[in-house]
Design a protein around this ligand. Sequence first.
Ligand code: HEC
Length: 316
Amino acid sequence: MAFREYTIGVRMFGLAFGTSMFITLYMPASDIRNVSVTETGLERQLSFGRVGGFSYEDPLLQGKAKPATVDITEDPKTGAPIEPTRAYVYASGVPFPNGIRHPMILGKKPMELSLGQGKISMADEAQGAVFVVRTEDVGGETVGYIENATATRGWVPEAAMKVATQETTHYIGKGKIMFVREGCWWCHTLLPEQTQDWQYFGAPPMLGDFNGESPTAFGSDRKAPDLTHVGSRNSSKEWMIMHFFNPRLVQPHSIMPRYDYLWGENDAAGNPIDFDGWRAEYDKYVANERVYPPEVPVPAKDSEAHALIDFVLNLK
Ligand code: HEC
């Protein structure tokens, strides 16, 4: 008798578990295939890399195994001048983003173009690749897709890095990891609310802006401005440097914490940063004993602060 109840229980558990897995795994996957990725969505996933949060490639969230985003005006293969182009450089071994691994999630038309014209299935993670976002007119509709420029134009990662300068190389993917790790989302959202927000903070995101991005960083709480378009309303790198080093330098009553520790040990010129000395001078400034605050060190190219600023300024 007791055994009969047991088998009923097992069946009921199996049914409940199976249904919940169907809802959790299958339904979203089939749903997203019906949505075409937007150009913003393509740029996002190519600049962030495979994941923009915790992963086994980077368990301590240091921003490892990430692509570089470069703005180039010279053909990496021939050296000839080209239209300004944004390219996403995946050095050998850097994991490809979800849209390259599973083109289905790009939606039907972007997938067909990315596989056909874009030749993304020829990209090889072990060798690395350079991608660009292209558009094509399909029956009066502009459709974005990914081009594997390594296959179509012979651009190899090392050559693409060479034609970019320090100023035009951005570590956006690493910066997103900093955004997640540092908990910016405790205060900021990356999703304007459907209120007056849209008038002030800019257009809401589109369906398709997030295909392939994992995880999204919408945030759930709002103690501070939405950052979805922050790079459009404030594109000053100097302001960002001061604000992240100590928000009170530019907003005297800001509740935002300092992120000066993301600067690391040395500044852009390679000189050690004297945090205690800086603080002592800043305290004098706050006590009205000096007129200007002390100068903020410029973050080094490979610092976490630099990557975070690259990420923030690219939120457009
Ligand atoms: C304790 C809450 C809090 C946290 C955590 C926080 N911020 Fe802020 N942030 C604010 C507030 C409040 C403002 C508005 C006042 C100011 O500019 O400082 C702000 C302003 C900003 C601005 C300028 C926004 C605009 O509209 O111009 C940026 C950019 C920004 N924060 C980025 C970040 C990033 C990146 C992180 C994580 C490294 C972060 N913040 C963490 C509270 C926070």
